[in-house]
Ligand binder design. Structure first.
Ligand code: ARG
Length: 569
């Protein structure tokens, strides 16, 4: 299989006697096709070689031995080498690779033997699954698929928030008033009510607060009653969360949340004590991080109960032993930046291999806002995710009802379109940006949206179905695809693998989302300008194959993002 970028890097490396791998990393794919198919910026080399970029560019151009089968021409522009590839070779390669690899096209084995943990979703039990956890779920799910597509061994962990002092309160409330609430029917709403009520009581009455603290201590020490009640909260909450995961099509390999580490924290505290890293401050056990410019990390509160941070440290130790991870990604909102900085700093004190501490990566993301501010209902309460997903499906159904009332399996399609719209909206912008939640934008069939991708995919599908198309490359005349119109699309299809690599390198699914929109738009204008089903067989064969690989790439790409394609809509 020919990798044009690699081939170019090889030629560049020979010309200036430089590390080929590094040069390959410098090669860019320009957005503007007037700047070549690939561009090589000489700026970084300029620093290292202490020569001007223009000099280096000219030097390379002079010395490079061009394989004409790969490169058509090279131009030097402002410290860049703009490289134009041999179109025939490119077309042949795309045809061959897409034909041979089918749904696997774009994947690779480069991650083979490497273990990656993606920790995502991680909602708090007995509380509503709110829209902030949606982002973690959707981004994490996409990264999970992306790493897997590159051959990594991926472990998806839902680090449930199922431990902490709040459960001391929940248990107390349940003990007092449990019978008054219909917990089994509507667990999360009812438990939330209990939580609010007990919290208020704690504010009025110190002794109740003390009772709650004691409950958590008892829970940590394994008291049967506390354990039983807690288990009930957990089971009921998970049942509710599962409905959401099913709607989103999200799965986990492990549901080991914070509670799982409850018996693994003493070891952490021991290690840190023995290394002389801990100290007492106002009764609490802390690790001073002043020399790192951070507030102290609290390992143990003054009443000896453990903390969120200690559980994260225990999780790191456990995961290093259990999964031998190369990377451990935490898909968590940027509000927790400081928390992870502290935890990662203290992890270095645990005496585990550097491989692990270097592999800890917080993948932060921004908030979700509605068009006119924060996301909340009119009463100011949190909007529940399940309601949002159901509304998305409902709205999709209405649109389908208007546009295509005859459609079969409307329910199924509406589900794919509605959920796809929410997921895509979440993944379209750089993750660190706050996300705007606006129904009209995300459900617009002509915008940069999930439904648009699905719509273009469905178009390709219906053309191919009409003639019962079977992909075939032997009968394709390459010259029919080297024209300006088709080559733009083929070039994009050719870069699919590179896009996935970039998305993984930056843990940034939006690189793939944007790519898919561009591909869909390019195909859409091709389709508007050119008839696909025509008399002339030569031309038709070429255009059909083009249609086929665009559909295939859109489907694979959307699948990696966690979006399902309908066959009709
Ligand atoms: N349950 C936490 C929350 O809702 C998120 C957990 C993030 N993961 C972690 N390892 N701390 O805020």
């Amino acid at each position: 299989m020919l990798d044009l970028k690699k081939e170019i890097a090889k030629m560049l490396a020979n010309a200036i006697e430089y590390e080929e791998k590094e040069l390959e990393e410098y090669i860019e794919i320009p957005k503007d096709t007037k700047m070549g198919d690939y561009a090589f910026p000489c700026f970084r080399l300029a620093k290292e070689l202490k020569k001007s970029p223009i000099m280096i560019a000219n030097d390379i151009k002079e010395k490079i031995k061009v394989d004409e089968n790969i490169i058509e021409k090279i131009e030097v522009v402002n410290g860049y080498l703009n490289i134009y590839v041999n179109k025939e070779t490119l077309v042949k390669e795309v045809l061959k690779q897409t034909y041979e690899q089918k749904e696997k096209y774009g994947s690779s084995e480069e991650g083979k033997g490497k273990n990656v943990i993606v920790e995502y979703s991680s909602p708090n039990i007995a509380k509503p699954f709110h829209i902030g956890h949606l982002r973690s779920t959707v981004i994490g799910n996409a990264l999970y698929h992306l790493y897997q597509f590159l051959g990594y061994n991926v472990v998806g962990i839902n680090h449930l928030g199922d431990w902490g002092t709040q459960f001391g309160k929940m248990i107390e409330g349940y003990k007092r008033w449990g019978k008054e609430y219909t917990i089994d029917e509507n667990p999360i709403d009812e438990l939330t009510k209990i939580y609010v009520r007990i919290n208020n009581l704690c504010k009025e009455d110190e002794t109740v607060l003390e009772e709650c603290r004691l409950n958590f201590k008892k829970l940590e020490d394994g008291d049967p009653y506390c354990r039983e009640v807690w288990q009930k909260f957990r089971d009921l909450s998970l049942k509710e969360f599962q409905r959401i995961y099913d709607m989103l099509g999200v799965k986990f390999d492990s549901m080991n949340g914070e509670a799982f580490y409850s018996d693994k924290m003493p070891e952490i505290i021991d290690i840190l004590d023995n290394k002389g890293k801990t100290q007492r401050s106002q009764g609490a056990k802390i690790i001073d991080l002043e020399d790192k410019g951070m507030p102290p990390l609290i390992l143990e509160k003054s009443n000896e109960s453990t903390t969120y941070a200690t559980r994260d440290l225990a999780a790191i130790l456990y995961r290093s032993r259990t999964y031998d991870f190369d990377k451990c990604l935490y898909i968590v909102a940027y509000e927790q930046n400081l928390h992870f900085k502290q935890v990662f700093e203290v992890a270095k004190m645990l005496g585990i291999d550097e491989k692990y501490t270097k592999g800890l990566i917080h993948v932060p993301f921004g908030m979700i806002r509605s068009k006119n501010g924060k996301m909340s209902t009119r009463e100011g309460t949190i909007i529940k995710l399940e309601e949002i997903l159901l509304e998305a499906i409902e709205r999709a159904k209405q649109i389908i009802e208007e546009k295509n009332p005859e459609l079969e399996e409307k329910e199924e399609v509406a589900k794919k379109v509605g959920i796809g719209a929410v997921i895509f909206n979440d993944l379209y912008n750089n993750r660190i940006k706050d996300e705007i939640f606006d129904w009209d934008t995300m459900l617009n069939f002509q915008g940069e949206t999930g439904p648009y991708l699905q719509y273009i995919y469905v178009r390709t599908n219906s053309i191919l179905e009409k003639i019962n198309y079977k992909p075939e490359i032997e009968n394709i005349d390459i010259n029919q695809l080297t024209n300006e119109n088709s080559i733009g699309i083929l070039k994009l299809v050719y870069t699919f693998h590179d896009i996935i690599k970039q998305a993984v390198q930056k843990n940034e699914p939006s690189i793939l989302s944007r790519y898919l929109i561009e591909l869909a738009q390019k195909y859409s204008s091709f389709y508007n300008d050119n008839k696909i089903l025509i008399e002339e067989e030569k031309v038709q064969n070429a255009r059909l194959y083009l249609t086929y690989i665009v559909g295939q790439t859109l489907k694979t790409g959307a699948g990696l993002l966690g979006i399902e394609m309908p066959n009709k809509m």
